[in-house]
Design a protein around this ligand. Structure first.
Ligand code: DX5
Ligand code: ZN
Length: 219
């Protein structure tokens, strides 16, 4: 995949929640492709973020697809609710699903694109038997739960391994990287086959977030 086609998904977790409409409009007007929306339950990860009313409010203003990343246990209970508040891509964690194949197909039957996220300790080889069913694999570049953490370098090699699996199986699945993305790490990740870059702190912590998005997009 050529660099021009890399998708950028700013992570709303790092936005200003008291001025969410402003930050959403900034993303609308920018070169970003998706809104990345992190849902944390305080059980799967040691943090709680936000739920349905907030996502519904985001959807009202967002003019780009919502890429919803569920860091919650037992996500099957809520798939239809996330569809109802506007999720277009819905990603569950492999570590949170006992019957991953069933969950992936339930997401697709609801009319959403299905993603699976893998924590830093989880080998991508576990995805071999579902890679043809998936629209997206989200490789965590940090242990999930918080924005602004240091990138785990091993993720670059993992991205290359996953890319080789996707190519070998002739899957159309996209590789998304979430956590620790900045201009430096993004370069290596794109070279290793990344298709979608999530960025929280790099975008919303920048003096000029619109420019930070453009900088990632132009790599
Ligand atoms: C981490 C979240 C990420 C987070 C990324 O648990 O899933 O989406 O917002 O933040 P940065 O880009 O700051 O590492
Ligand atoms: Zn995320």
């Amino acid at each position: 995949m050529s660099n021009q086609t890399v998708l950028i998904a700013p992570s709303i977790l790092s936005a200003d929640f008291a001025n969410l409409a402003n930050d959403i409009e900034m993303v609308n007007q920018s070169q970003a492709d998706w809104f990345h929306v992190d849902v944390m339950d305080g059980v799967f990860v040691p943090n709680i973020s936000f739920g349905f009313p907030v996502i519904k409010a985001i959807q009202k203003y967002a003019k780009k697809p919502l890429d919803v990343h569920l860091m919650i246990v037992d996500p099957d209970r809520y798939l239809a609710d996330f569809k109802a508040v506007g999720a277009e891509v819905l990603t569950v964690h492999i570590e949170a699903c006992n019957h991953l194949h069933r969950t992936i197909h339930a997401i697709k039957e609801l009319g959403m694109k299905a993603g699976v996220a893998v924590n830093p300790h989880t080998p991508v080889s576990l995805l071999e038997d579902v890679i043809l069913d998936l629209d997206l694999v989200c490789l965590m570049g940090v242990n999930p739960g918080f924005g602004g953490q240091k990138f785990i370098k091993q993720t670059v090699q993992k991205c290359a391994t996953l890319k080789a699996m996707i190519t070998a199986k002739q899957s159309n699945c996209l590789i998304e990287i979430d956590g620790g993305v900045n201009e430096q790490t993004a370069k290596d990740l794109i070279a290793a086959g990344a298709d979608v870059l999530v960025a929280g702190n790099f975008v919303f912590g920048a003096t000029n977030p619109t420019q930070a998005i453009a900088d990632l997009k132009s790599l």
